[in-house]
Design a protein around this ligand. Sequence first.
Ligand code: ADP
Length: 497
Amino acid sequence: MAAKKYKILFVTSEVVPFIKTGGLADVSSALPQMLAELGHEVRIVVPKYGIVDDRKYKIHEVVRLKDIQIKIGDKDVTFSLKSCFLPGQRVRVQIYFLDNEKYFKSRSSLYADPLTGKDYPDNDERFTLLSKSVFELISKLGWEPDIIHCNDWQTGLIPAYLKTSYKNDPLFSKFKTLFTIHNLAYQGEFKTSSFKNLGLDENLNNDNGILKNGKVNLMKSGLLYADVINTVSKTYAEEIRTDNDIGAGLKDILSKRKKDLYGIVNGIDYKVWNPEKDKHIKKKYSVKNLQAKYLNKEELAEKFNLKASINTPIIGIIARMFDSKGFDLIKDVFTDLMKLDIQMVLLGIGDQKYHTFFNKMSSKYSKKFACYLGFNDELAHIIESGSDMFLMPSQYEPCGLNQMYSLVYGTVPIVREIGGLADTVVNYDEKKDTGNGFMFKNYDSKEMLKEIKRALKIYKNKEAWQKIMKTGMKSDFSWKSSAKQYVDLYKIILNNN
Ligand code: ADP
């Protein structure tokens, strides 16, 4: 018997190539596409922010989904759902853009005001609208999904509406939800008074309901009411229900829902991140012509005003520059690092304290360290292809993409043993000569430094090093295997309920 094909409504707050702030946008494009290639019908709902280009993507009106009126708190809100297909894909995936001037179109940014860096004060209303739009979409369109796949706090109200407001509704009560946590640290917290904007029953307006420490918490809403929960690696799935810090105040709920909590590691998009096809890099390469990677190292060094040498490894870093990515560890031992026979390049944007520090260091150690403090996709590809090693000492890491890119580019990762890093990097064992990278356990700058020194020692042994590089390059991080695990999860949800 042919495997059952599902209808999935995928609700998210960002999708590549329209709009991206982080890994969620990559997943929201790659996973629906792969599910569609596997024969499932996937449709995406996402807000239409100011910078989404109607003409470029041929986004058009849908008559039945025009000028829909709902209430957010006591405000009357009118919105439309416009549509287009995910561009450049083999199988069609339809996207519905939530179009509303006040809440989305007039905003140049997704969650925070770019001028002040502060979250938009009406994010509660904005993402209530996103969640409510899903019910309007289904009823107006008459397209009934098997699963509503929700992603992160921005969609956390959907499972709550289904299990409370629509509990007895003949149309909606049959829909099941999967809630995927991409990052538990961002929870969508709002002051208590915002509860009235959500349109939920008053008996949820307390800490047994969707408040956490007296505040509305939309992540909690998703975790309480989704039929099944998953996150983006097995290790992170375990950490969030057992570790106080990583559990971020929601550990106990996750621990209670242990049997409904799964981990599925993200894949990577090989059309974009692949040293054999990468159009941003100087010389394409594979395990068969590894020496060509050196040309990319020269190119990288040149871009950053450094002088490349075969014997001196370049360590690359690409990350949002916040404490959570381990920048405090790097800062802590920076002087020691600069005493080693290495060069370092950094691409990042984030916390001002790190901008100031690394700018200063790039003048002080101009022959060994250089940085680009901004967002630059092309440079990210050049760093992955040209570096010898990649440093990622995160405090926590739900999945992490850059360590996977590094592995397939033969750029040996040095990472902390945490979350998705622990699930994708295999620590090099000198006795057995096995592994694809280097790993340290505790969040400790000295431990990190020690592991970097171990990598530098092995780097001198060209044969062992090439073997590590090749092992990484042969990894399979394709979305196909992850997408199949999602299908298995949909099956579990539908069979169990
Ligand atoms: P997170 O989602 O926590 O930021 P991930 O490693 O999952 O971390 O994904 C980060 C993505 O953003 C990667 O594709 C990475 O290359 C990219 N990225 C991060 N910072 C920059 C930057 N300054 N310039 C270009 N790309 C960046």
